[in-house]
Write a protein that binds this ligand. Sequence first.
Ligand code: R5P
Length: 266
Amino acid sequence: MDWGMKNRLSRIIRPETGRTVMLAVDHGYFLGPTTGLQEPGKTIAPLIPYADSLMLTRGVLRSCVTTATDIPIVLRVSGGTSILGNLANEATTVSMKDALRLNVSGVALSIFVGSDLERQTLLAMADLINEGEDCGVPVLAVTAVGKDMARDSRYLGLACRIAAELGAHVVKTYYCEDFEKVVKNCPVPIVIAGGKKIPELDALKLAFDAVSRGAVGVDMGRNIFQSEHPVAMIRTVREIVHNNMPLDKAVDMYKTLSKEKETAFA
Ligand code: R5P
């Protein structure tokens, strides 16, 4: 692996702990003005100090994030569908040249294994990986789950392994029962999505269970920015991910921090 690729990967997965807290705020690319992200800049700003990287689209990056930031960017480069249509019908939406112009540390796209458009999304990922290898840019494969697909270890294990076999550098998936099997069968690092908003203490348990069972971290969105206390959430998730904070201590930490005044998406 070349220096540039290694360096970018080490900006995403922190070498000090081998773990990462990615903040996912790319939802608008198919959901439009998602709750909590109506004004992305306001939501993101107070969370940036506690995130290892930001996952977002080029539109939000260019319009809502200061160029003076040094937070690593993982750029969402797939899209072309909306929540009103067939979500699997994605294509690559951003050129590698533009991603490089934006000085990103990685690019991300979704694959829809098991959908009628599986081949299209897998080949798009393979093309992106070929370009990423040329330019030293790691690819995060998002194992998106279509309407009819179960989020179980068999399906997620299949999707993660295929992504890794085709050369993805990091894979994003969902936490599930027997998650350790998904991790064991995937030879590249796995991060988990948070999924739909759930109670804060359940989301902390999700993060704890995921890293305890082998995930290198989280790429979490709604369970942070839709929380009543987004800063308290991300700070606590960070302790779990980077410092293996036990769940009971994490719950105490969240409860204490949530009493402090916050300004995130107020
Ligand atoms: C979905 O495809 C997007 O990539 C989101 O970034 C992803 O689902 C993670 O966000 P959340 O934790 O809200 O599920």
